[in-house]
Design a binder for this molecule. Structure first.
Ligand SMILES: [Mg+2]
Length: 273
């Protein structure tokens, strides 16, 4: 471990008062046991009202991200582990695909071959229920609608994808695998540096990231300010770049606690300014 994860309660006001944007993973960071609860959804609206830029960053598919970008109080959504960003502008849903360095048609062919190899090695493997709404990646369900896969099989699946030259990331519910060099941080930075992102704080130190899983590690490694919700704890052993802080409560409750602190700091600084 290259840095020590400390309780979020130990973060100082000075460390947090410059934050203007909140980036957050969805599954088991914002959602709790497969649902977005009232506490977390209200916390997202409170952040919005307080003036924070908001960008969910998820492994979930294009079909879901179309909904998030249209219906949620957010500025943009990074989807399929960074393959694209969806956002609204002038009343229309726009997209920005992240340069992956690979022709999409070639990537699709290689992903099909990898899918066949995965089915041959793990005949019981099931694609995630949201696979039909994906554009770029293959999601293998390891616990969402199927009995939890043993850790050793998950590790072997991840290694098998990597050996085939694919990227593979473990979320709290799926193993996602894809060809082409994208990840959550590349997707986010591609948007932030684009015309669509230009209205938002450009300095990553003005943002904070919240996540819970190994697929959040590219973000934990890049953001100075990053929080794992309490359920990140069992994954810390897998991480080279763990989050700086950890909330006391899990998932959406941890998200809400962190949001409450950020909103209250913002209100204090407005009152005193
Ligand atoms: Mg997650």
């Amino acid at each position: 471990m290259t840095k020590q994860t400390t309780p979020f309660a130990e973060a100082t006001d000075a460390q947090l008062e410059g934050i203007r944007g909140v980036c957050f993973d969805i599954d088991d960071t914002f959602s709790t046991e497969g649902q977005i609860r009232e506490e977390a959804f209200s916390a997202m609206w409170a952040l919005r009202r307080a003036g924070f830029s908001l960008v969910p960053v998820t492994g979930r598919p294009a079909g879901w991200c179309d909904h998030f970008a249209r219906f949620w109080p957010v500025d943009a959504v990074v989807g399929e582990n960074g393959a694209f960003v969806f956002y609204m502008a002038d009343g229309a849903r726009r997209r920005l695909d992240t340069p992956s360095g690979m022709d999409p048609a070639e990537a699709a062919v290689r992903l099909g071959e990898l899918a066949d190899a995965i089915r041959a090695r793990f005949p019981h493997a099931k694609w995630a229920s949201d696979q039909a709404y994906r554009e770029f990646d293959l999601a293998i369900d390891i616990t969402e609608d199927v009995p939890r896969w043993p850790d050793a099989d998950v590790d072997e699946l991840l290694a098998m994808c990597a050996d085939a030259g694919a990227h593979a990331k473990l979320s709290s519910v799926h193993v996602n695998t894809w060809f082409g060099d994208v990840d959550k941080i590349r997707g986010f930075e591609n948007w932030l540096g684009s015309a669509a992102g230009s209205a938002h704080a450009q300095d990553l130190d003005s943002w904070i990231y919240l996540g819970d899983s190994p697929n959040d590690e590219p973000m934990f490694g890049r953001f100075t300010n990053c929080i794992g919700v309490a359920n990140v704890e069992p994954f810390l052993r897998r991480m080279k770049t763990p989050p700086r802080w950890m909330t006391a409560r899990e998932a959406g409750a941890g998200f809400a606690d962190a949001a409450r602190r950020l909103v209250s700091l913002r209100e204090q600084s407005r009152d005193s300014g």
